[in-house]
Design a protein around this ligand. Structure first.
Ligand code: GRF
Length: 205
């Protein structure tokens, strides 16, 4: 039933999952200084660090990370601000049970600096996406999205905070659906059994 969460930094999505009562057996980080590790420890969750510079190649790091994850025999692996691109081998190892949250309405703005790029493009709607991870970066089947307005005067920090508030809403929901066995993937599309809404419209706050 349990979940392993992978982080690299702040850990606010991880905290939202813990707050929501998601059964988390461990939090793993590729950086020893990740702030989220302290938060996880406060919640009494096991933590471990697998530092990528200690490995000669991406493949070697991913193999060690995968072994560390499997020690907890999770049903689901959740990326929450995990800032390493995973190899196809790692993705295949956890195929169908690896989720990520991305701070844009995919397929718009894959990759980094999504809020800056959204502002630059002049979009009026921005948001976040929870998706299954595939070997194609930021392109897997979409579980749920939250949309927020882009308002006059926004900078990347203000817009990012508006998006982050919605990340904390949709990620626990997506993880709960997965654990309850409610997600079906067919032809690259995700359907939620019971037809819960897969789109959240965020406020102007
Ligand atoms: C979030 O914006 C998430 O969408 C992205 O990285 C950020 C992580 O933030 N993948 P946090 O560590 O969960 O606070």
């Amino acid at each position: 039933m349990s979940v392993v969460i992978l982080i690299s930094g702040r850990g606010s999505n991880m905290q939202a999952l813990l707050e929501a009562g998601v059964p988390v057996s461990a939090v793993l980080s590729n950086r020893a200084g990740a702030r989220g590790l302290e938060i996880a420890a406060r919640y009494g969750v096991s933590t471990a660090v697998v530092e990528h510079p200690a490995y000669a190649s991406r493949e070697a790091f991913d193999a060690a990370l995968g072994d560390a994850v499997e020690r907890f025999a999770p049903r689901l692996v959740v990326l929450a601000g995990f800032m390493r691109v995973l190899t196809a081998g790692f993705v295949a190892r956890f195929d169908g049970r690896l989720l990520n949250i991305h701070p844009s309405l995919l397929p718009a703005f894959p990759g980094l600096h999504t809020h800056e790029r959204a502002l630059e493009a002049g979009v009026k709607v921005h948001g976040c996406t929870v998706h299954f991870v595939t070997a194609d970066l930021d392109h897997g089947p979409i579980v749920i999205q939250a949309a927020v307005p882009v308002l006059p005067g926004d900078d990347a920090d203000v817009l990012g905070a508006r998006v982050l508030a919605q990340e904390h809403v949709v990620y626990p929901r997506a993880v709960r659906w997965f654990l309850d066995g409610r997600l079906d993937i067919a032809d690259g599309r995700v359907r939620v059994k019971g037809n819960d809404a897969q789109l959240v419209l965020g406020s102007h706050a």
